[in-house]
Design a protein around this ligand. Structure first.
Ligand SMILES: Cc1cc2nc3c(=O)[nH]c(=O)nc-3n(C[C@H](O)[C@H](O)[C@H](O)COP(=O)(O)OP(=O)(O)OC[C@H]3O[C@@H](n4cnc5c(N)ncnc54)[C@H](O)[C@@H]3O)c2cc1C
Length: 416
Protein backbone atom coordinates (compact mmCIF):
# COMPACT_ATOMS: atom_id res chain seq x y z
CA UNK A 1 0.00 0.00 0.00
CA UNK A 2 1.36 3.45 -0.83
CA UNK A 3 1.50 5.95 1.95
CA UNK A 4 -0.91 8.44 0.38
CA UNK A 5 -3.47 5.71 -0.30
CA UNK A 6 -4.02 4.93 3.36
CA UNK A 7 -7.13 6.17 5.15
CA UNK A 8 -6.16 7.35 8.64
CA UNK A 9 -8.73 8.62 11.16
CA UNK A 10 -7.51 12.08 12.19
CA UNK A 11 -7.55 11.39 15.95
CA UNK A 12 -5.23 8.38 15.75
CA UNK A 13 -1.55 8.07 14.93
CA UNK A 14 -1.00 6.43 11.56
CA UNK A 15 -0.07 2.74 11.61
CA UNK A 16 3.62 2.14 10.95
CA UNK A 17 4.53 2.45 7.32
CA UNK A 18 6.44 -0.68 6.29
CA UNK A 19 8.61 1.34 3.93
CA UNK A 20 9.48 4.08 6.42
CA UNK A 21 13.27 4.37 6.54
CA UNK A 22 13.25 5.97 9.99
CA UNK A 23 12.95 2.47 11.41
CA UNK A 24 16.29 1.50 9.94
CA UNK A 25 14.58 -1.38 8.23
CA UNK A 26 10.81 -1.08 8.60
CA UNK A 27 8.23 -1.00 11.34
CA UNK A 28 6.88 -4.46 10.68
CA UNK A 29 10.22 -6.01 11.62
CA UNK A 30 10.03 -4.76 15.19
CA UNK A 31 6.65 -6.24 16.06
CA UNK A 32 3.99 -8.53 14.68
CA UNK A 33 1.64 -6.10 12.95
CA UNK A 34 -0.78 -8.08 10.80
CA UNK A 35 -2.92 -11.19 11.28
CA UNK A 36 -1.59 -14.34 9.67
CA UNK A 37 -3.35 -15.49 6.51
CA UNK A 38 -5.28 -18.76 6.77
CA UNK A 39 -3.91 -20.12 3.51
CA UNK A 40 -0.70 -19.77 1.51
CA UNK A 41 0.97 -21.49 -1.41
CA UNK A 42 4.31 -21.67 0.39
CA UNK A 43 5.24 -21.16 4.04
CA UNK A 44 8.91 -20.45 4.68
CA UNK A 45 9.80 -20.92 8.34
CA UNK A 46 12.68 -18.67 9.42
CA UNK A 47 13.44 -15.15 8.22
CA UNK A 48 17.20 -15.46 8.24
CA UNK A 49 19.10 -14.80 5.03
CA UNK A 50 18.15 -18.22 3.60
CA UNK A 51 14.42 -17.93 4.19
CA UNK A 52 14.24 -14.37 2.88
CA UNK A 53 16.43 -14.99 -0.18
CA UNK A 54 14.31 -18.01 -1.06
CA UNK A 55 11.00 -16.19 -0.51
CA UNK A 56 12.10 -13.30 -2.69
CA UNK A 57 13.32 -15.56 -5.47
CA UNK A 58 10.04 -17.52 -5.32
CA UNK A 59 8.07 -14.31 -5.65
CA UNK A 60 9.92 -13.50 -8.88
CA UNK A 61 8.79 -16.72 -10.51
CA UNK A 62 5.12 -15.84 -10.75
CA UNK A 63 2.17 -14.94 -8.56
CA UNK A 64 1.81 -17.08 -5.48
CA UNK A 65 1.04 -16.40 -1.84
CA UNK A 66 4.30 -16.68 0.08
CA UNK A 67 4.42 -16.33 3.85
CA UNK A 68 7.64 -16.12 5.88
CA UNK A 69 7.26 -16.83 9.58
CA UNK A 70 9.99 -15.77 12.03
CA UNK A 71 9.79 -16.38 15.73
CA UNK A 72 11.90 -13.36 16.70
CA UNK A 73 13.26 -10.21 15.03
CA UNK A 74 15.06 -10.19 11.69
CA UNK A 75 18.79 -10.79 12.25
CA UNK A 76 18.16 -12.65 15.52
CA UNK A 77 19.67 -15.88 14.14
CA UNK A 78 23.10 -16.55 12.66
CA UNK A 79 22.33 -14.16 9.80
CA UNK A 80 22.60 -11.19 12.15
CA UNK A 81 25.65 -12.48 14.00
CA UNK A 82 28.18 -13.48 11.37
CA UNK A 83 31.42 -12.12 9.95
CA UNK A 84 30.02 -11.26 6.51
CA UNK A 85 32.79 -13.10 4.67
CA UNK A 86 32.05 -13.92 1.02
CA UNK A 87 34.50 -16.07 -0.92
CA UNK A 88 34.87 -18.40 -3.86
CA UNK A 89 37.99 -20.06 -2.43
CA UNK A 90 36.72 -23.57 -1.75
CA UNK A 91 38.03 -27.06 -2.36
CA UNK A 92 34.85 -28.65 -3.78
CA UNK A 93 33.64 -28.04 -7.30
CA UNK A 94 30.07 -27.38 -6.10
CA UNK A 95 31.09 -24.69 -3.65
CA UNK A 96 33.43 -22.94 -6.10
CA UNK A 97 30.79 -22.88 -8.83
CA UNK A 98 28.02 -21.68 -6.52
CA UNK A 99 30.11 -19.04 -4.82
CA UNK A 100 31.32 -17.64 -8.11
CA UNK A 101 27.68 -16.96 -8.95
CA UNK A 102 26.85 -15.74 -5.45
CA UNK A 103 29.61 -13.12 -5.58
CA UNK A 104 28.15 -11.84 -8.84
CA UNK A 105 24.76 -11.47 -7.11
CA UNK A 106 26.44 -9.65 -4.22
CA UNK A 107 28.06 -7.21 -6.63
CA UNK A 108 24.73 -6.00 -7.97
CA UNK A 109 22.72 -6.45 -4.76
CA UNK A 110 22.95 -2.84 -3.54
CA UNK A 111 21.70 -1.39 -6.82
CA UNK A 112 18.97 -3.96 -7.34
CA UNK A 113 17.69 -3.91 -3.75
CA UNK A 114 18.30 -0.21 -3.21
CA UNK A 115 20.26 -0.68 0.00
CA UNK A 116 23.92 -0.19 0.87
CA UNK A 117 25.36 -3.52 2.02
CA UNK A 118 28.93 -2.27 2.29
CA UNK A 119 30.20 -4.97 -0.06
CA UNK A 120 33.95 -4.60 -0.41
CA UNK A 121 36.04 -6.91 -2.59
CA UNK A 122 39.36 -6.75 -0.76
CA UNK A 123 40.07 -10.45 -1.33
CA UNK A 124 40.64 -13.39 1.00
CA UNK A 125 44.17 -14.38 1.95
CA UNK A 126 44.48 -17.96 3.29
CA UNK A 127 47.73 -18.71 5.10
CA UNK A 128 49.46 -22.11 5.19
CA UNK A 129 51.84 -22.98 8.02
CA UNK A 130 52.63 -26.59 7.06
CA UNK A 131 53.12 -28.72 3.96
CA UNK A 132 49.79 -30.51 4.18
CA UNK A 133 47.99 -27.15 4.23
CA UNK A 134 50.03 -26.02 1.22
CA UNK A 135 48.83 -29.12 -0.65
CA UNK A 136 45.22 -28.37 0.29
CA UNK A 137 45.55 -24.79 -0.96
CA UNK A 138 47.38 -25.92 -4.08
CA UNK A 139 44.61 -28.33 -5.08
CA UNK A 140 41.87 -25.82 -4.43
CA UNK A 141 43.69 -23.04 -6.31
CA UNK A 142 43.94 -25.35 -9.31
CA UNK A 143 40.22 -26.08 -9.16
CA UNK A 144 39.31 -22.40 -8.78
CA UNK A 145 41.49 -21.39 -11.71
CA UNK A 146 39.83 -24.08 -13.82
CA UNK A 147 36.58 -22.24 -13.03
CA UNK A 148 38.01 -18.95 -14.27
CA UNK A 149 38.87 -17.43 -10.91
CA UNK A 150 42.05 -15.38 -10.51
CA UNK A 151 43.14 -17.19 -7.29
CA UNK A 152 46.90 -17.66 -6.96
CA UNK A 153 49.14 -19.72 -4.72
CA UNK A 154 51.69 -17.24 -3.40
CA UNK A 155 54.81 -17.41 -1.25
CA UNK A 156 55.34 -15.81 2.14
CA UNK A 157 56.98 -12.73 0.65
CA UNK A 158 53.94 -12.03 -1.49
CA UNK A 159 51.64 -12.59 1.51
CA UNK A 160 53.65 -9.89 3.27
CA UNK A 161 53.45 -7.59 0.28
CA UNK A 162 49.63 -7.84 0.45
CA UNK A 163 49.49 -7.48 4.27
CA UNK A 164 52.77 -5.89 5.50
CA UNK A 165 51.69 -6.33 9.15
CA UNK A 166 51.88 -10.16 8.87
CA UNK A 167 54.56 -12.05 10.75
CA UNK A 168 55.52 -14.50 8.00
CA UNK A 169 58.33 -16.33 9.83
CA UNK A 170 56.21 -19.52 10.08
CA UNK A 171 54.12 -19.03 6.97
CA UNK A 172 55.08 -21.20 4.00
CA UNK A 173 52.54 -20.08 1.44
CA UNK A 174 49.14 -18.51 0.94
CA UNK A 175 46.28 -18.45 -1.51
CA UNK A 176 44.79 -15.19 -2.59
CA UNK A 177 41.68 -14.32 -4.58
CA UNK A 178 41.28 -10.54 -4.93
CA UNK A 179 37.57 -10.92 -5.82
CA UNK A 180 36.51 -12.41 -2.48
CA UNK A 181 35.17 -9.90 0.00
CA UNK A 182 32.97 -8.94 2.94
CA UNK A 183 29.48 -7.51 3.37
CA UNK A 184 27.69 -5.96 6.32
CA UNK A 185 25.14 -8.71 7.07
CA UNK A 186 22.29 -6.66 8.55
CA UNK A 187 21.41 -4.49 5.54
CA UNK A 188 21.76 -7.58 3.38
CA UNK A 189 19.00 -9.25 5.42
CA UNK A 190 16.92 -6.06 5.44
CA UNK A 191 17.40 -5.67 1.69
CA UNK A 192 15.85 -9.07 1.06
CA UNK A 193 13.08 -8.41 3.60
CA UNK A 194 12.15 -5.13 1.95
CA UNK A 195 12.27 -6.62 -1.53
CA UNK A 196 10.05 -9.46 -0.29
CA UNK A 197 7.44 -7.03 0.97
CA UNK A 198 7.62 -4.96 -2.20
CA UNK A 199 6.81 -8.08 -4.20
CA UNK A 200 3.92 -9.12 -1.98
CA UNK A 201 5.61 -11.68 0.28
CA UNK A 202 4.23 -11.54 3.83
CA UNK A 203 6.96 -11.55 6.48
CA UNK A 204 5.65 -12.18 10.01
CA UNK A 205 8.22 -11.64 12.79
CA UNK A 206 7.62 -12.59 16.44
CA UNK A 207 5.58 -15.62 15.41
CA UNK A 208 6.88 -19.07 16.31
CA UNK A 209 6.04 -22.20 14.38
CA UNK A 210 5.25 -24.75 17.07
CA UNK A 211 4.21 -27.64 14.80
CA UNK A 212 4.29 -28.76 11.21
CA UNK A 213 0.78 -29.93 10.35
CA UNK A 214 0.41 -33.18 8.44
CA UNK A 215 -2.24 -35.50 7.08
CA UNK A 216 -0.93 -38.97 6.39
CA UNK A 217 2.31 -38.53 4.47
CA UNK A 218 1.52 -34.96 3.42
CA UNK A 219 2.32 -31.59 4.93
CA UNK A 220 -0.78 -29.42 5.27
CA UNK A 221 0.65 -26.28 6.87
CA UNK A 222 2.00 -24.99 10.17
CA UNK A 223 0.69 -24.17 13.61
CA UNK A 224 2.13 -21.02 15.13
CA UNK A 225 1.83 -18.99 18.33
CA UNK A 226 -0.54 -16.71 16.40
CA UNK A 227 -2.69 -19.26 14.61
CA UNK A 228 -2.55 -21.75 11.76
CA UNK A 229 -1.55 -21.32 8.13
CA UNK A 230 -2.54 -24.01 5.64
CA UNK A 231 -0.07 -24.62 2.82
CA UNK A 232 0.92 -27.53 0.58
CA UNK A 233 4.61 -26.58 0.73
CA UNK A 234 6.56 -25.80 3.91
CA UNK A 235 10.26 -24.93 3.83
CA UNK A 236 12.33 -25.14 7.00
CA UNK A 237 14.95 -22.39 6.72
CA UNK A 238 15.45 -22.41 10.46
CA UNK A 239 19.24 -22.74 10.63
CA UNK A 240 20.52 -24.31 13.83
CA UNK A 241 16.95 -24.80 15.12
CA UNK A 242 15.95 -27.09 12.24
CA UNK A 243 16.60 -30.46 13.96
CA UNK A 244 14.41 -29.33 16.86
CA UNK A 245 11.51 -28.36 14.57
CA UNK A 246 11.90 -31.41 12.32
CA UNK A 247 11.64 -33.64 15.38
CA UNK A 248 8.01 -32.47 15.85
CA UNK A 249 7.12 -34.60 12.80
CA UNK A 250 9.41 -37.47 13.82
CA UNK A 251 12.19 -36.51 11.41
CA UNK A 252 15.65 -37.01 12.92
CA UNK A 253 18.31 -34.79 11.30
CA UNK A 254 22.08 -35.25 11.66
CA UNK A 255 22.99 -31.54 11.92
CA UNK A 256 23.81 -30.09 15.33
CA UNK A 257 24.10 -26.51 16.65
CA UNK A 258 27.50 -25.32 17.86
CA UNK A 259 28.22 -21.93 19.37
CA UNK A 260 30.64 -19.81 17.37
CA UNK A 261 32.04 -16.63 18.92
CA UNK A 262 33.18 -13.48 17.21
CA UNK A 263 34.26 -9.98 18.24
CA UNK A 264 35.02 -6.51 16.96
CA UNK A 265 37.65 -4.00 18.05
CA UNK A 266 37.88 -0.24 18.22
CA UNK A 267 38.24 1.44 14.83
CA UNK A 268 41.68 1.68 13.30
CA UNK A 269 42.84 3.60 10.24
CA UNK A 270 42.28 1.39 7.17
CA UNK A 271 45.24 -0.99 6.74
CA UNK A 272 43.85 -4.46 6.04
CA UNK A 273 42.49 -5.03 2.55
CA UNK A 274 41.82 -8.79 2.45
CA UNK A 275 40.15 -10.99 5.01
CA UNK A 276 43.04 -13.01 6.46
CA UNK A 277 42.27 -16.62 7.34
CA UNK A 278 44.30 -19.45 8.80
CA UNK A 279 42.79 -22.90 8.31
CA UNK A 280 45.12 -24.48 10.90
CA UNK A 281 43.53 -22.52 13.77
CA UNK A 282 40.28 -21.37 12.17
CA UNK A 283 41.35 -17.74 12.73
CA UNK A 284 39.79 -15.14 10.43
CA UNK A 285 39.91 -11.36 10.59
CA UNK A 286 38.79 -8.55 8.31
CA UNK A 287 38.60 -4.80 8.66
CA UNK A 288 35.17 -3.26 8.27
CA UNK A 289 34.59 -0.04 6.37
CA UNK A 290 34.28 1.67 9.76
CA UNK A 291 37.79 0.49 10.66
CA UNK A 292 36.91 -2.19 13.24
CA UNK A 293 38.65 -5.55 13.06
CA UNK A 294 35.97 -8.24 12.99
CA UNK A 295 37.07 -11.81 13.53
CA UNK A 296 36.79 -15.15 15.24
CA UNK A 297 38.46 -18.50 15.66
CA UNK A 298 37.57 -22.18 16.07
CA UNK A 299 37.06 -23.25 19.64
CA UNK A 300 37.26 -27.05 19.70
CA UNK A 301 36.02 -27.27 23.30
CA UNK A 302 32.54 -25.95 22.59
CA UNK A 303 29.94 -28.66 23.26
CA UNK A 304 26.96 -28.99 20.96
CA UNK A 305 23.92 -26.89 21.86
CA UNK A 306 21.89 -23.77 21.13
CA UNK A 307 24.14 -21.51 23.18
CA UNK A 308 24.91 -17.86 22.34
CA UNK A 309 26.84 -16.83 25.44
CA UNK A 310 30.22 -15.11 25.17
CA UNK A 311 33.33 -16.44 26.90
CA UNK A 312 36.73 -15.24 28.10
CA UNK A 313 38.24 -18.45 26.72
CA UNK A 314 37.34 -17.34 23.19
CA UNK A 315 38.94 -13.93 23.71
CA UNK A 316 42.17 -15.57 24.86
CA UNK A 317 42.27 -18.00 21.94
CA UNK A 318 41.48 -15.29 19.41
CA UNK A 319 43.88 -12.70 20.84
CA UNK A 320 46.82 -15.15 20.93
CA UNK A 321 46.26 -16.33 17.35
CA UNK A 322 45.68 -12.80 16.05
CA UNK A 323 48.79 -11.35 17.69
CA UNK A 324 50.87 -14.32 16.47
CA UNK A 325 49.66 -13.54 12.94
CA UNK A 326 49.95 -9.73 13.18
CA UNK A 327 52.05 -8.77 16.24
CA UNK A 328 51.36 -5.08 15.70
CA UNK A 329 47.77 -5.68 16.92
CA UNK A 330 48.86 -6.54 20.48
CA UNK A 331 47.51 -3.33 22.00
CA UNK A 332 44.18 -3.14 20.17
CA UNK A 333 41.06 -3.02 22.34
CA UNK A 334 38.08 -5.31 21.84
CA UNK A 335 34.86 -3.32 22.03
CA UNK A 336 32.20 -5.98 21.56
CA UNK A 337 31.94 -9.74 21.48
CA UNK A 338 28.97 -11.91 20.67
CA UNK A 339 28.09 -15.39 19.49
CA UNK A 340 25.78 -17.26 17.18
CA UNK A 341 25.18 -20.86 16.26
CA UNK A 342 26.82 -22.75 13.44
CA UNK A 343 24.48 -25.37 11.99
CA UNK A 344 26.99 -28.22 11.64
CA UNK A 345 26.44 -31.28 9.43
CA UNK A 346 28.55 -34.46 9.63
CA UNK A 347 30.19 -33.79 6.23
CA UNK A 348 30.23 -29.98 6.29
CA UNK A 349 27.79 -29.74 3.36
CA UNK A 350 24.24 -28.39 3.63
CA UNK A 351 20.99 -30.34 3.72
CA UNK A 352 18.70 -28.85 1.11
CA UNK A 353 15.80 -30.34 -0.80
CA UNK A 354 12.55 -32.26 -0.47
CA UNK A 355 12.13 -34.79 2.30
CA UNK A 356 11.28 -38.35 1.19
CA UNK A 357 9.23 -39.13 4.30
CA UNK A 358 6.77 -36.20 3.99
CA UNK A 359 5.39 -34.76 0.75
CA UNK A 360 5.53 -30.98 0.75
CA UNK A 361 8.30 -30.63 3.36
CA UNK A 362 11.54 -29.00 2.18
CA UNK A 363 14.75 -28.56 4.19
CA UNK A 364 17.17 -25.67 3.70
CA UNK A 365 19.70 -25.91 6.51
CA UNK A 366 23.13 -27.19 7.58
CA UNK A 367 25.24 -24.35 6.23
CA UNK A 368 27.86 -24.57 9.02
CA UNK A 369 29.82 -21.26 8.96
CA UNK A 370 29.25 -20.24 5.35
CA UNK A 371 25.52 -19.96 4.77
CA UNK A 372 25.41 -16.21 4.55
CA UNK A 373 27.57 -16.06 1.44
CA UNK A 374 25.67 -18.96 -0.11
CA UNK A 375 22.15 -17.63 0.45
CA UNK A 376 21.93 -15.45 -2.68
CA UNK A 377 22.70 -18.33 -5.01
CA UNK A 378 20.99 -21.07 -2.99
CA UNK A 379 17.81 -18.98 -2.67
CA UNK A 380 17.77 -18.52 -6.43
CA UNK A 381 18.46 -22.15 -7.31
CA UNK A 382 16.12 -23.64 -4.72
CA UNK A 383 13.26 -21.39 -5.89
CA UNK A 384 13.82 -22.50 -9.49
CA UNK A 385 14.01 -26.10 -8.36
CA UNK A 386 10.74 -25.95 -6.43
CA UNK A 387 8.80 -24.08 -9.12
CA UNK A 388 10.42 -25.16 -12.39
CA UNK A 389 12.07 -28.45 -11.45
CA UNK A 390 15.56 -27.13 -12.36
CA UNK A 391 18.83 -27.96 -10.58
CA UNK A 392 17.87 -31.57 -9.81
CA UNK A 393 21.50 -32.61 -9.63
CA UNK A 394 22.42 -30.08 -6.94
CA UNK A 395 19.46 -30.86 -4.70
CA UNK A 396 20.00 -34.57 -5.17
CA UNK A 397 23.61 -34.06 -4.06
CA UNK A 398 22.53 -32.05 -0.99
CA UNK A 399 19.50 -34.17 -0.15
CA UNK A 400 19.10 -35.56 3.37
CA UNK A 401 18.92 -39.08 2.00
CA UNK A 402 22.66 -38.99 1.17
CA UNK A 403 23.45 -39.88 4.79
CA UNK A 404 21.24 -42.99 4.59
CA UNK A 405 22.91 -43.92 1.34
CA UNK A 406 26.44 -43.31 2.69
CA UNK A 407 27.14 -40.55 0.13
CA UNK A 408 29.05 -38.09 2.29
CA UNK A 409 30.38 -34.94 0.64
CA UNK A 410 33.75 -33.34 1.27
CA UNK A 411 35.08 -29.80 1.75
CA UNK A 412 38.44 -29.01 3.30
CA UNK A 413 38.28 -25.21 3.43
CA UNK A 414 35.76 -24.76 6.23
CA UNK A 415 36.60 -22.08 8.79
CA UNK A 416 35.53 -22.30 12.40
C1 LIG B 1 29.80 -16.00 14.53
C2 LIG B 1 29.44 -16.47 13.15
C3 LIG B 1 30.21 -16.08 12.07
C4 LIG B 1 29.87 -16.49 10.78
N1 LIG B 1 30.58 -15.99 9.72
C5 LIG B 1 30.14 -16.24 8.46
C6 LIG B 1 30.76 -15.63 7.34
O1 LIG B 1 31.75 -14.89 7.48
N2 LIG B 1 30.27 -15.88 6.10
C7 LIG B 1 29.20 -16.71 5.92
O2 LIG B 1 28.79 -16.92 4.78
N3 LIG B 1 28.57 -17.29 6.95
C8 LIG B 1 29.02 -17.07 8.23
N4 LIG B 1 28.38 -17.65 9.27
C9 LIG B 1 27.28 -18.60 9.01
C10 LIG B 1 26.02 -17.87 8.61
O3 LIG B 1 25.73 -16.83 9.51
C11 LIG B 1 24.86 -18.86 8.55
O4 LIG B 1 25.22 -20.00 7.80
C12 LIG B 1 23.64 -18.22 7.90
O5 LIG B 1 23.36 -16.98 8.46
C13 LIG B 1 22.46 -19.16 8.05
O6 LIG B 1 21.31 -18.48 7.64
P1 LIG B 1 19.90 -19.12 7.90
O7 LIG B 1 18.89 -18.20 7.36
O8 LIG B 1 19.92 -20.52 7.41
O9 LIG B 1 19.81 -19.26 9.50
P2 LIG B 1 19.49 -18.14 10.59
O10 LIG B 1 20.03 -16.82 10.22
O11 LIG B 1 19.91 -18.71 11.91
O12 LIG B 1 17.94 -18.01 10.51
C14 LIG B 1 17.07 -19.00 11.00
C15 LIG B 1 15.87 -18.26 11.54
O13 LIG B 1 14.85 -19.21 11.87
C16 LIG B 1 14.16 -18.71 13.00
N5 LIG B 1 13.45 -19.83 13.62
C17 LIG B 1 13.99 -20.91 14.24
N6 LIG B 1 13.02 -21.73 14.68
C18 LIG B 1 11.85 -21.15 14.34
C19 LIG B 1 10.48 -21.51 14.54
N7 LIG B 1 10.13 -22.64 15.18
N8 LIG B 1 9.51 -20.68 14.07
C20 LIG B 1 9.84 -19.55 13.40
N9 LIG B 1 11.12 -19.15 13.21
C21 LIG B 1 12.11 -19.94 13.66
C22 LIG B 1 15.27 -18.15 13.87
O14 LIG B 1 14.77 -17.22 14.82
C23 LIG B 1 16.19 -17.51 12.84
O15 LIG B 1 15.93 -16.14 12.64
C24 LIG B 1 28.73 -17.31 10.57
C25 LIG B 1 27.96 -17.71 11.66
C26 LIG B 1 28.30 -17.30 12.94
C27 LIG B 1 27.45 -17.74 14.10
Amino acid sequence: MLRNERHVPSNQPPPPDPTDRRYGTDAATIRATRPLPEQADVVVVGAGIMGLALAWELSRLGPRRIVVIERSYLCSGASGRNGGGVRAQWSSETNVRLMKESIEICRSFATRMRINVWFRQGGYLFLARDESMVRTLEASVQLQRAHGLPTRLIDAAECKAIVPQLDTTRIIAGSYNPRDGVVFPWPFVWGYARACRRSGVEVHPFTEVTAIDTQGRRVTGVTTTRGRVRAPLVVLATGAWTPQLARTVGLELPNRPHRHEICSTESLAPFLRPLVADLSTGLYVSQSMRGELVGGISNPDVPEGLDTRSSMRFLGLYARALVRTMPVLAGVRVLRQWAGCYDVTPDGAPIVGRVDELDGLVLCCGFVGHGFMMAPVVGRKLARHLVLGEERELFELWNLRRYREGRWLGESMILG
